[in-house]
Design a protein around this ligand. Structure first.
Ligand code: B12
Length: 155
């Protein structure tokens, strides 16, 4: 793993709504920290309002929303609306188990969350390193010139 690819980047991480699954967000937090990010770990059962407040007060570059119990669709619209109302525009990722029924085709799940306003929607069992690399690329695409280029001596 590249150690400082997210140096100075501020990321809010948590499980949304009534979700009590903690292992995924713990691993995500470690991976982001190992990549140099400052992680604001919200833990489990984080309400949409708490996500928004943290994103605003911490001036977050990105918000990572995790949901394992399938209830993300209930809580995420409020989170996206809250960020818009607060005129906050962090990069927004969501992942975990995003639908209650495993029978729902993945492309429908992804489309639903993309239409809500998420920049990336991750399927179950996504490795944290994938999101780390995606975040570095998305930040660079937004013009965050402070990040080291992958493979550079700084990274
Ligand atoms: C352990 C577990 C529990 C434990 C949780 C303990 C704890 N404190 O965390 C207990 C027993 C308490 C539990 C309870 C429940 N659980 Co449970 N649980 C699991 C289990 C077996 C493993 C979850 C886990 O820790 N995985 C390991 C981590 C590392 O993986 P992960 O969470 O998927 O995260 C990885 C990736 O997905 C990714 N990721 C996760 N989030 C995000 C976000 C972003 C932005 C990105 C980039 C990546 C990312 O990063 C992680 C690292 O790779 C899963 C089944 C499974 N095999 O996944 C069911 C499962 C998640 N549980 C399930 C259910 C239904 C429940 C309950 C509702 C059961 C009940 N009827 O009470 C309750 C939840 C209550 C609530 N309010 O949330 C279902 C959810 C189904 C759905 N989504 O439709 C699952 C899938 C089991 C199943 N097949 O039915 N559970």
């Amino acid at each position: 793993m590249v150690t400082s690819v997210l140096r100075g980047v501020r990321v809010v991480v948590g499980s949304i709504g009534d979700d009590i699954h903690v292992v995924g967000i713990t691993l995500l937090g470690h991976a982001l920290r190992n990549a140099g990010a400052e992680v604001i770990q919200m833990g489990i059962q984080t309400s949409p309002e708490e996500f928004v407040a943290a994103a605003v007060t911490e001036d977050a570059d990105a918000v990572f929303v995790s949901s394992s119990n399938g209830h993300a669709g209930i809580f995420c619209p409020e989170l996206v609306a809250g960020l818009r109302q607060a005129q906050a525009d962090p990069i927004l990722y969501v992942g975990g188990n995003l639908s209650v029924s495993a029978a729902t085709p993945w492309h429908e799940v992804r489309q639903r969350f993309e239409e809500m306003g998420f920049d990336r929607v991750y399927p179950p069992r996504t490795l944290p390193d994938q999101a780390v690399q995606d975040l570095a690329a998305d930040l660079r695409a937004r013009g965050n010139a402070g990040l080291p280029e992958p493979g550079s001596q700084d990274a």
